[in-house]
Ligand binder design. Structure first.
Ligand code: HEM
Length: 225
């Protein structure tokens, strides 16, 4: 198949959504592991963040790559959605059509919530627009005090509540996303489909527990302040 016709075909678009989805899951895993360093104390967490920033140009390449991957994921998801929406509904049995729209709708809603969350999250912790004082918080080693920033942010019940709800939506999105990956790559059949769906469910809610543990532990004052 020619390159352009692959991209224009429904299966080509599904592949791009799946491959970019895998790359985004890779980021979500690495970011989670990095953030869990909060449980090792301020020295280790701040040193980890400082190391990341010392990567300089490499960090910028990774950021631009991540932005491009997220952009492609959203663009091709929308293209697929438009395509499905334009397809004649008469072609499908009523039950199947209802099931697909229900799934598609929850994927769109959860995807939008995650996108909104990421924009707020960047404004809060990366650009520090929400609380500009965070920029000036430096630890005794002269590194940005990321630990103190997180402890301050998650001391607020609204921020903690917002994070917990957002990562629950992320888990919903990942659950269906991971479960459908195998189908896109043609690795699934009727018997395996249910197993992949369970695997997606377990992996997604493991991500939830990992991410939710951070604001929850701070809010419940389980970490030294
Ligand atoms: C609830 C737990 C989370 C915590 C504690 C957390 C913490 C942080 C912190 C501290 C930063 C700024 C790092 C720095 O510049 O030093 C950051 C950046 C970022 N986070 Fe999170 N994060 C969480 C969840 C998430 C989730 C669920 C996503 C994606 C779905 C995400 C996506 C990002 C992105 C894209 C950046 C920008 C990375 C960069 O500037 O290079 N975060 N996060």
């Amino acid at each position: 198949m020619e390159k352009s016709s692959f991209l224009n075909s429904s299966i080509g678009r599904k592949w791009i959504v799946a491959v970019t989805g895998i790359l985004l899951i890779g980021f979500i895993l690495i970011h989670l592991l990095g953030n869990l360093s909060i449980f090792l104390g301020p020295e280790i967490m701040n040193a980890y963040a400082a190391r990341l920033h010392q990567l300089g140009i490499l960090l910028w390449i990774a950021r631009i790559g991540l932005l491009a991957v997220a952009g492609l994921h959203i663009f091709f998801t929308m293209a697929l959605w438009r395509e499905n929406h334009q397809a004649s509904p008469q072609k499908y049995a009523v039950k199947q059509s209802l099931e697909t729209t229900l799934y598609a709708r929850s994927m769109r809603l959860s995807g939008l919530v995650v996108l909104g969350f990421v924009l707020f999250h960047l404004a809060q912790f990366t650009w520090k627009w929400v609380t500009p004082e965070y920029k000036e918080w430096i630890d005794s080693l002269g590194q940005h005090d990321v630990y103190r920033m997180l402890v301050a942010a998650f001391g607020n019940p609204w921020v903690t509540g917002f994070y917990l709800i957002s990562v629950a939506f992320l888990a919903m999105h990942l659950s269906h996303g991971i479960g459908s990956l195998f189908q896109t790559f043609g690795l699934s059949n009727k018997k395996l489909r249910l197993r992949f769906q369970y695997a997606g469910l377990i992996a997604a809610w493991a991500f939830f527990l990992g991410y939710a543990s951070i604001p929850a532990a701070v809010f419940l004052k389980l970490l030294p302040h």
